[in-house]
Design a protein. Structure first.
Length: 331
């Protein structure tokens, strides 16, 4: 679902950035106003969970892959504004350090994955939870909400891909950017997300939510986090980080994230905007989660460790400079 560099025209990227910036700004403002500063560090912890979740690639017949995101999970535990902010930071780190998603496409990726996904997921979750008063209502809402959220984000991404050849093409009619129209992009994107990738999002969301409710119930109750809670979350995150090389078992690349050579092989031509576009020569520090000549699985784990450390440190620093007066709710 991460849109690569030069798949979208610069004007499309500008429009999506214009949509994403206020979403992040409003989310940041609401987090600052409504969340105790001591709890802001948790945004980094759950941003790390989201980052790690996206490293577990799942293969789909036909050679493509996908993954869970965890945006609805964060929205349920900390609120949709917190989810938007934390997933956005994750996407920025992925693009800048690991080349996962384009720099110019950051606005589109943030709008789709950090805004559409958690807000839709949380809205569906809230609706179901409010109507199902049984003990399992929260988990039913979390399952259906997370499924709806990731598919809403996938549909938005498919539309952004699919409008490119209609709006941006040369005199001969050849696409300048993404060459797949809506008749291809929507079914190709949605088949995987309506099946395996949506299921992966449901499993990840419900499983981690159940773990948090069992070991760290004070998070959902807006109470100070206990030492035991921090330890248990740290253990789970550490286990997931060590298990990330499992994602390497999935061969292939997510649909719509192919390189220029793959596009040329599939379509018979190379869109000019993809070869001559802005930032075509940009190279990330650790492309595709590799580090130098280290074995791929070691690079994968170290990449996860680095990203986890960065997200937690960033939100820890944000917490230290935040001057709000919001207190935890009294029981």
């Amino acid at each position: 679902m991460h849109i690569p560099e030069n798949y979208l025209s610069p004007s499309t990227c500008a429009v999506m950035a214009a949509a994403a910036i206020p979403a992040i700004a409003v989310s940041a403002k609401k987090v600052k106003e409504n969340m105790p500063k001591e709890k802001i560090t948790l945004l980094g912890v759950f941003a790390a969970f989201s980052f790690v979740a996206m490293m577990f690639n799942i293969p789909l017949p036909g050679g493509t892959t996908g993954h869970a995101v965890g945006g609805t999970l964060i929205a349920i535990l900390l609120g949709p504004e917190a989810a938007c902010l934390s997933v956005a930071v994750t996407l920025i780190i992925q693009a800048l350090l690991f080349g996962d998603g384009g720099i110019l496409a950051l606005g589109a990726n943030i709008f789709n994955i950090a805004f559409i996904l958690p807000y839709v997921g949380y809205a569906v979750y809230s609706l179901i939870k409010n109507h199902i008063k049984s003990k399992n209502g929260e988990y039913i809402g979390a399952a259906i909400g997370s499924y709806a959220g990731i598919n809403a984000a996938a549909l938005m991404t498919a539309v952004e891909f699919g409008i490119q050849p209609y709006l941006f093409h040369d005199a001969s009619g050849q696409a300048l950017y993404c060459p797949y129209g809506l008749d291809v992009s929507i079914p190709a994107m949605m088949i995987g997300h309506l099946t395996l990738f949506g299921l992966a999002e449901v499993i990840f969301t419900v499983a981690v939510l159940a773990f948090v409710n069992s070991t760290s119930p004070e998070i959902a109750q807006n109470q100070p986090q206990t030492k035991k809670s921090k330890t248990m979350l740290g253990i789970l995150l550490g286990v997931l980080v060590c298990a990330t090389p499992i994602g390497l078992l999935a061969t292939g690349t997510a649909w719509g994230e192919w390189g220029i050579e793959d596009i040329a092989t599939i379509t018979g031509f190379t869109p000019a905007g993809m070869t001559d576009g802005i930032l075509s020569d940009f190279s990330s520090i650790m492309p595709d989660y590799t580090i130098g000549n280290l074995p791929e699985w070691i690079g994968y784990i170290l990449s996860a460790v680095i990203a986890v450390a960065i997200t937690i440190i960033l939100f820890k620093l944000a917490s230290s400079v935040t001057k709000n007066k919001v207190k935890y709710e009294k029981q």
